[in-house]
Design a protein around this ligand. Sequence first.
Ligand code: NIG
Ligand code: FE
Length: 404
Amino acid sequence: MPTLKNISTLYTCRDEGNQSEVHPVKNAAIVWEDGEILWTGKESELPAVYKAKEVLDAGANIVIPGLVDCHTHLCFGGWREDEFEMRIQGKSYLEIAKAGGGILSTVTQTRAASEDELYEKAAGLLEEIMMTGVTSIECKSGYGLSMEDELKQLRVYKRLRENYPVHLESTFLGAHTIPSEFKNDRSSYIDLIINEMIPKVAEENLASFCDIFVEDSAFSLDEARRIFDAGKKHRLIPKLHADQLTSGGGAELAAEVGAVSADHLEQISDNGVHEMSDKGVIGVTLPLASLYTQQPYLNCRRLVDGGVKVAVATDFNPGSAPSYDLRLAMMLTCNHGRLTPAEALKGATVYAARAMGVEKETGSIETGKSADFLVLDAPSINFWLYHHQAKKPEKIFLKGSVLA
Ligand code: NIG
Ligand code: FE
């Protein structure tokens, strides 16, 4: 029964209250057993029954929940550094995609790789990500776009989940774009997703969510409705890439279909904010994608003030967001999204846990939840996000164990 003591401020990040309420406790302690939190509160109030044998010292540092990255495309073949240079030289993300780059270039490279090769690459990245303090991660398919290659990506995630202690949830993103072999026959590809891919993904229990890139250049609202319908029949919960490049009613669709989250949202309409707030859809901001594609940032303040809970994620992928630095995404959410550090913290912990359906087991430091927390060498969360450093946490606890 280990106890962590000497915590200057413990940011519990309980879900209650508004986005700015992170429920801090000064001079705190945490007790856990078998990976589960038994007690947390003021150290001076630690019940005698928990006077533990194994006492760990937080060194008067702050403690926050393990970070939750609720939107990544972790498994992919190759990289696309040539597109980075092209964007700097003035080509847009869409122009590059139309010229044969973009998502389809990663599809070619992902199809060419074996499951084992993809596993080794994704595992290496996951190990690096875990060392940044991410203890929960959502991972999407969407670079296979054929039955066999979508399953290949999802099987990589299944193996990662079995082999690493991180909380990992998978999302089927067969509707990422239309693959080139269906360029002139998009309805057949949509039929393939609905009639073959979704039933197979569900049968093999390979995903919890069904995501769709809803955009002029990708899938229309009506196409998305049909795909989500099929997904729901197989217990896949809807999620969307919505309103990223154009304001196309993606946020409203998220509310209509009962999505758990709508992600990107840079071009969200006023009505979209209203509908999402009404239906409790989490808005996920992905500022690294704005940074790398030189697109406007989402004004998260507008969403929070409109009653939407905003989660923060990296969108880690080889094209529009080739960085898994969630701390940087949080800092950008403050500087460009206009959220306070406390709001960004709630966004990268308990709200992100909601966006990936793991809020009952993690995302906040509370009795009964997984012992996932980080000791940070900073006097406050304000300081930690203001003084941005490429530095790993002092200590990472995942399911109660210290990561090396
Ligand atoms: O979330 N928006 C669509 N999909 C990804 C980009 C993927 C890529 O460029 O490979 C995104 O930004
Ligand atoms: Fe994405």
